[in-house]
Design a protein around this ligand. Structure first.
Ligand code: FMN
Length: 185
């Protein structure tokens, strides 16, 4: 199963780098994560260099939206405990991991990681359609350059209706950021 989350890695200057990623997870134990970053992904580059990172399950969709479109993200983190890295405060669970194997033979690299420490930070609040709609819009936003404009506009119209019916202020704001990025693309 693929779970969409947020990965923190450490860049060349030692600073935190944040990106949304959807690794394949083994369930129910979450002992391993299989990341599939594109060749161009900075996160993939950091993981190949440091072989460490932290994967987060979070319902803070503004973090997904901002990091998907490269807007500054001012979010608190604490130092990771078993790897060199950063654990986001705004998450439900965080998984510190070490990369055991790297396959760069395909366009989508494959990095298999072993979870070395789990943090339980909050309860899952439940399903909210607007949160899922923002997540879909964030994924589309990372593909603006690949997809036909009319297809993106149609999909945003559909997602906007869901956000209009079910969002709280955070989801409305996150969707508005993505919608602005769509208009400017
Ligand atoms: C929910 C979500 C999941 C994503 N999963 C992946 C993924 O598994 N692999 C990937 O290369 N990009 C994925 N992306 C796109 C990257 O986040 C996006 O290309 C981003 O710009 C990569 O950032 P980076 O270059 O800082 O690593 C995902 C985006 C979203 C919103």
């Amino acid at each position: 199963m693929i779970l969409e989350g947020l990965v923190t890695t450490v860049d060349e200057s030692g600073a935190m780098h944040l990106a949304p990623m959807g690794p394949i997870v083994d369930r129910p134990d979450f002992q391993s994560l299989r990341f599939r970053p594109y060749e161009t992904s900075q996160t993939g580059g950091h993981l190949r260099r440091t072989k460490q990172g932290v994967f987060h399950l979070s319902d803070n969709v503004e973090l997904f939206a901002r990091s998907a479109i490269g807007l500054p993200v001012a979010t608190s983190s604490t130092p990771a405990e078993s790897v060199t890295g950063f654990v986001l405060v705004s998450c439900v669970r965080a998984f510190e991991f070490e990369v055991d194997s790297i396959d760069t033979s395909r366009e989508r690299h494959e990095l298999t990681a072993r979870v070395v420490k789990v943090h339980h930070r909050a309860e899952w609040i439940g399903f909210n359609r607007a949160k899922h709609a923002v997540l879909e819009a964030a994924i589309l936003a990372t593909r603006f350059h690949l997809l036909p404009a009319d297809e993106i506009d149609r999909e945003f119209d559909r997602l906007r209706t869901i956000v209009g019916k079910t969002a709280g202020p955070t989801e409305e704001h996150a969707f508005a950021l993505l919608d602005d990025a769509r208009r400017r693309r």
